[in-house]
Design a binder for this molecule. Structure first.
Ligand code: DP6
Length: 332
């Protein structure tokens, strides 16, 4: 039996990953840039065990059906194939989120699984190797190997596609992200299916790709200059452009709900009142607001008029992946 355990934090992209050029290897169409956060993380243990006759995936103590297990078993198959392991595995994942509001993330989940497998099989991987490996589980997971800001360099092969840390000289500790959990009701289209449909059918997709280099340059410049407004503006514009591509898909779709639009408008209003803050969204209706730590309380105060405290979740910059011993103490 081989066992390993790891903890990884989720990350939110400021410059989004949206579209693959290789579905099998998970090579992205464009570079992306994210902030790893402290408030949401996953702890995963894995045990490759000769007594198992199939993989088992437990999430928060509950055994999962094959639909939920798909990314996990695909990843375990990759591990078995790459490292000549012939055993099935039991995967035990715990999502640490401030509420049960569906904020589970494949970024933290698959990064933690990659770390746990590396630990179990004694692979002695560098962060770069681990980032490459996590990428094969879920693209965004490759950025969760690192704390603070990181950039996923798209590369052109399995070897050359991985994330690396961006040194912000501690500026990340002055930032916060406020999650606004809005009522869902929208039919779920996973990020994987959504980006595939967009790449294959959206007439707006080429415009998205054309804008990436400039957005990335601006974001990296803003980080180097510690220029919050510059970073916020490009974050908001890039997120809107990503969501714009879904409207040009066939059939068209959107992740926005009426409540998401309400939050976007409130953010614009709050900004007009002199408090700098900027929104971004992923493959779901929740809105994330980038704000300086010093303005977080004021921002929450404004929004408290419209949303309950359970709907407003604060996060700060978080650390990179940690490999744990099976008892839970840190190993590296
Ligand atoms: C909108 O990493 O979940 O959150 O690689 O297919 O597993 P797969 O997709 P995933 O996509 C994340 C998309 C996004 C933007 C981002 O995180 O960059």
């Amino acid at each position: 039996m081989y066992t390993g355990k790891a903890r990884a934090y989720t990350n939110i992209a400021l410059i989004k990953y949206w579209g693959k050029k290789d579905e099998q290897l998970i090579l992205p169409m464009n570079n992306s840039l994210s902030l790893t956060l402290d408030a949401f993380y996953t702890e995963t243990s894995v045990a490759f065990n000769e007594n198992l006759t199939e993989d088992q995936f437990f999430l928060d103590g509950m055994i999962q059906e094959s639909k939920q297990t798909k990314k996990v078993t695909a990843f375990l198959d990759l591990i078995r194939q790459t490292y000549q392991v012939e055993l099935f595995a039991k995967v035990d994942s715990q999502n640490f989120v401030p509420t049960a509001a569906g904020l589970a993330s494949s970024a933290s989940g698959l990064a933690a699984l990659a770390g746990a497998c590396a630990q179990a099989l004694n692979l002695n991987l560098t962060d770069t190797d681990l980032s490459r490996l996590a990428r094969r589980g879920s693209g965004s997971a490759c950025r969760s190997i690192f704390g603070g800001f990181s950039e996923w360099q798209k590369g052109s092969s399995d070897q050359t596609s991985f994330a690396r840390s961006i040194d912000a000289n501690g500026w990340e500790d002055e930032l916060a992200m406020l999650f606004v959990l809005v009522d869902d009701g929208v039919k779920d289209i996973s990020s994987r299916d959504g980006m595939r449909r967009t790449v294959e059918t959206s007439s707006f997709y080429s415009g998205w790709l054309d804008s990436i280099d400039a957005d990335l340059r601006t974001a990296k410049q803003a980080i180097a200059e510690k220029d919050f407004i510059k970073l916020g503006e490009v974050t908001e514009a890039n997120g809107l452009r990503m969501h714009g591509t879904t409207l040009g898909a066939v059939p068209p779709f959107t992740y926005w709900s009426p409540e998401s639009l309400k939050v976007m408008q409130l953010v614009r209003d709050i900004r007009k009142n002199g408090l700098p803050c900027y929104f971004t969204m992923d493959a779901g209706p929740n809105v994330k607001i980038l704000v300086e730590k010093k303005h977080l309380t004021a921002l929450k105060h404004f929004l408290a008029e419209y949303f309950s405290s359970e709907q407003l979740i604060s996060a700060y910059a978080g650390p990179g992946i940690t490999l744990l011993s099976m008892e839970g103490s840190e190993n590296s």
